[in-house]
Design a binder for this molecule. Structure first.
Ligand SMILES: [Zn+2]
Length: 106
């Protein structure tokens, strides 16, 4: 089973409250970072310039699918196992600091 699609509906940006892409440029743009990038969580507008948000129902359906789909659960478990093995490998590869021979305890 593949992921349920997110369903988008016109809704204002949750951060700046802009309902259209044109408004988002004036409302979200002031919060742009020094690279000039601005990121409006309002996302892509539709063909009428209205910002679209995924509906709460479709987000909940996707979350439920992630929590329950056996294929997703296997992939998460496999990734976790890989991460544990990779951490073990990296910690073995890192030369442990050897204490100086002798020791001068004054
Ligand atoms: Zn915004």
């Amino acid at each position: 089973m593949s992921a349920p699609p997110l369903i988008y509906a016109p809704a204002p940006c949750p951060r700046c409250g802009a309902a259209t892409a044109a408004l988002a440029e004036t409302l979200c743009r002031p919060s742009q970072d020094e690279t000039g990038e601005y990121d409006c969580p309002g996302g892509e507008p539709d063909n009428q310039g209205r910002l679209l948000q995924p509906t709460p129902e479709s987000i909940a359906a996707l979350d439920h699918w992630i929590d329950t789909d056996p294929t997703v659960q296997r992939e998460i478990a496999a990734h976790d196992a890989w991460a544990v093995a990779e951490n073990a490998r990296l910690s073995l590869a890192t030369p442990s600091p050897t204490p100086a021979a002798g020791g001068d305890n004054g």
